[in-house]
Design a protein around this ligand. Sequence first.
Ligand code: ADP
Length: 420
Amino acid sequence: MNRVVENLRSRFFLGGPIRRFYKLKAAYSITTELSSALNLDDALKTFVNRIASYMSVEIVSVMLLDNEKKRLVIKMTRGLDEKALEGGDGPRLGEGVAGWVGKKGEPLLIRDITKDPRFSARSGKTYYNNSLLSVPLKSRDRVIGVVNINNKVSRDIFRAHDLDLLKTIVDMAVIAIEKIRTRDALDKLSRSNHEIMSNVSHEFKTPLTTIKEALLLMSDGMLGTVNEKQKKYLDLSVQNIERLNRLINSLLIMGEVESAKKSSVRNLFSITDTARTVIESLNIVAKEKGIVLKGVIPEKRVEIWGDPDKLNEVISNLVENAIKYNRTRGEVSVHLGETEKDITISVSDTGMGIPREEVGRIFDRFYRASTSSRSGIPGSGLGLSIVKDIIEMHKGQIKVESEPDKGSVFTVTLPKSLRR
Ligand code: ADP
């Protein structure tokens, strides 16, 4: 019954405007589905399955070109033995039907392969008849692969309208496939960049610590007497090593934030506890500078969904800056409030403020306001860019109000119930 219906469909119904409509509908819906694929494998699986149903065939295979080896490699099949996928190397360009299509960049409609002098007949019992279709996947005139189909459900041989339909589907889908390939390649590249950055940063830390310890021993006179001038240079070296250490820590956190953007942690945790912990641990630093650090935190636990470590990083960074860019005997206060949907954290200080024309740039990587670098306060210009990335990861916002020589207020708003 199935076979009869298929025969009727391909011979009569798919003529003229109906066929054109069906062709575009098929190509359009396959392309839409492909564009939401998670990765290349996922995309190719959808691709072969949809070709099988729209073309009413039982066997579909997609081969991609390995440019270095000049061979086609089977990447996805339907209806063929799984072993076909394991084979690794497929036909060389020019070899067999797919190789011919790959080399010439032209489609092939074969009604009877035994009568085609270019090819030897196919072996095996997989095929109902000697007819097949093979179409190149071409992106910007370059062949990137080949799609082959065999065994119409109707047991009929392939005809010109089948070739036309397959070509339309393949020509539209190749754009989506290329996009996914590029996206996968860029993802891989940026992952390996971050891995390299993170490894190098870790590798730097151990020797730097050893150098710093040795310099401190020298500066303290533990390895023999040092005169004033020598001590001055030793202390300067220690300060610079500390600067390098801070920079490396920022690079490590940046790497973590980049990877967290792809698979971020989401826990329900108490942001009031986090704010209290930060204030407690930075109180010592504030006291050393004669700064009063106050917290206005609600008594009750306020919970939000998010990454606790990263949000700790946000509050710590803002409070550290508020201490660092403050005047002696200044004040820093941390307010935590909530609305029905959001929480707000604002960190205000009585420090040097930020020149009006520079406020818009302080979240840029490595940017430091002219006032702070002029006054010799150490910093890398990375902290606020990390803060902004983490807040964006949580779909929140950050605002700054600042008045030169009076102080600044940084206000963060975060949604409470963002579970993903
Ligand atoms: P840094 O390591 O330089 O502190 P950040 O990215 O944390 O880097 O900050 C970028 C710049 O923004 C700082 O160099 C400073 O000029 C300015 N800035 C940040 N916070 C404050 C603040 N509370 N008061 C004044 N200036 C600030």
